[in-house]
Design a protein around this ligand. Structure first.
Ligand SMILES: Cc1cc2nc3c(=O)[nH]c(=O)nc-3n(C[C@H](O)[C@H](O)[C@H](O)COP(=O)(O)OP(=O)(O)OC[C@H]3O[C@@H](n4cnc5c(N)ncnc54)[C@H](O)[C@@H]3O)c2cc1C
Length: 376
């Protein structure tokens, strides 16, 4: 097999890259060791961030989120529920944080508006009635599975349709001088060699493993987060606690349920999906400050995923930026390998645009990104 671009990983990042590259006329193959969306993109919280969650501690990530929030609502309306979001100030500490939060939203360009608690309680009857202040923001719910499907269909409908090889694990890079000439993948029938001009490593939390296989050093922090799904839908809008990012501060409504999350724990086990009892207890305790019936509601399921955070220096994972990083491995002797790491599902399209811009520059292709305006 032969292709111009080989993408490793069929999560939000890799699927976004496939669509972007295919729309620019680049022949693309995406390989994944599992099914499409079987990595972190299948185990996330579902929040289409407005950016407000990060606005006081990570303004760059917040700005990226609000820009992409607007674009995704426009290009993928069938994968987004425009629920809106609320930041609830319930305790005195929350009220002390509120002015800082509101000013930071204005500075970044997030349209936050203060609402009357009585009006919000009339629309959201399960919210804590001791609510003191409340702000609306344009949060939403992303149906992750649907979004990946839309990207796949869009990438397949182009003049140069992308190819998706699920259950094909990258096991080896074949290099000559300063180039990767081919990538060896393994499926149940054995090994296949795919010759390629460029490789993008979009393998999320496994990016440093792929890097090591190619001879590149990628520094990342692995951060596990747990979520609880309630049998009953507890709100119509996304509910956020009006305080700095912390455990149990977001409740996301899906079509029929609510998802309470998350925790944040540095981990060495990047394949883990374990949810520990203390995580369940903490999410219920924190969640019931926003919605008291969280303490008694039926939890239908629990799950967890592992975030890829860029770098490895901060002492706690909450201190590491939620932004993304493009790594050109030229310095390490591989002219045609780049890695795209970190970020959020909300900003996958932007991450893909930046990665494919880099591919175009290397392959001397002049073709602008078309993903921000073409509806899926
Ligand atoms: C607990 C938690 C909650 C989150 N909540 C939100 C949220 O509410 N909103 C939001 O915007 N973001 C959220 N995120 C972040 C978001 O989920 C991730 O940023 C995003 O899903 C990462 O996508 P990805 O494509 O980079 O990685 P992944 O989805 O992990 O995709 C990488 C793929 O690479 C494949 N792969 C690995 N090794 C190989 C190999 N050797 N060969 C072939 N394929 C390989 C894997 O199988 C996987 O499918 C959350 C993350 C976590 C952990």
């Amino acid at each position: 097999m032969k292709t111009q671009l080989l993408v490793i990983g069929a999560g939000a990042t890799g699927m976004g890259i496939a669509r972007d590259a295919a729309l620019r006329g680049i022949k693309t193959i995406v390989v994944d060791k599992g099914a499409i969306g079987s990595g972190t993109s299948g185990y996330f919280h579902g929040l289409l961030h407005s950016g407000a969650r990060y606005v006081t501690n990570d303004a760059d990530a917040a700005r990226e989120c609000i820009e992409e929030n607007i674009i995704l609502k426009r290009i993928a309306p069938s994968a987004i529920h425009e629920t809106g979001g609320l930041f609830l100030a319930i305790t005195e500490e929350d009220c002390n944080f509120a002015p800082l939060f509101y000013l930071a939203c204005k500075a970044v360009g997030i349209p936050a508006e203060e609402l009357s608690p009585d009006m919000v309680l009339a629309k959201e009857p399960l919210v804590n009635p001791t609510l003191k202040r409340v702000f609306s923001v344009p949060d939403g719910y992303i149906n992750g599975k649907k979004m990946l499907e839309l990207n796949k269909l869009s990438a397949e409908k182009t003049q140069t349709p992308a190819t998706f090889l699920e259950h094909h694990e990258v096991v080896k890079f074949l290099k000559k001088d300063s180039r990767i000439e081919a990538v060896v993948v393994k499926d149940e029938s054995g090994e296949k060699t795919i010759e390629c001009d460029m490789v993008i490593n979009a393998s999320g939390i496994w990016a440093s493993q792929i890097g090591a296989l190619a001879g590149a050093d990628i520094q990342m922090t692995a951060d596990k987060g747990a979520m609880l799904v309630t049998e009953e839908k507890l709100s119509t809008a996304v509910l956020n606690r009006c305080r700095p990012p912390s455990d149990g501060d977001i409740l996301v409504p899906t079509a029929n349920h609510s998802i309470m999350g998350t925790t944040s724990v540095k981990t060495d086990d990047i394949n883990t999906h374990v949810v520990e009892q203390w995580e369940i207890d903490r999410l219920i305790k924190e969640g019931s400050v926003m919605v008291p019936s969280m303490a008694t509601t039926v939890i239908s399921t629990t799950y967890s995923g592992v975030r890829t955070l860029v770098g490895s220096t901060a002492s706690t994972a909450r201190g590491v930026s939620r932004s993304f990083k493009l790594i050109d491995h030229k310095e390490e002797g591989m002219d045609n390998l780049i890695s795209m790491i970190g970020g959020k599902f909300t900003i996958y399209r932007k991450m893909a645009e930046v990665a494919v811009d880099a591919v175009c520059e290397k392959l001397k292709i002049e073709s602008p990104c078309a993903t921000a305006n073409k509806v899926m």
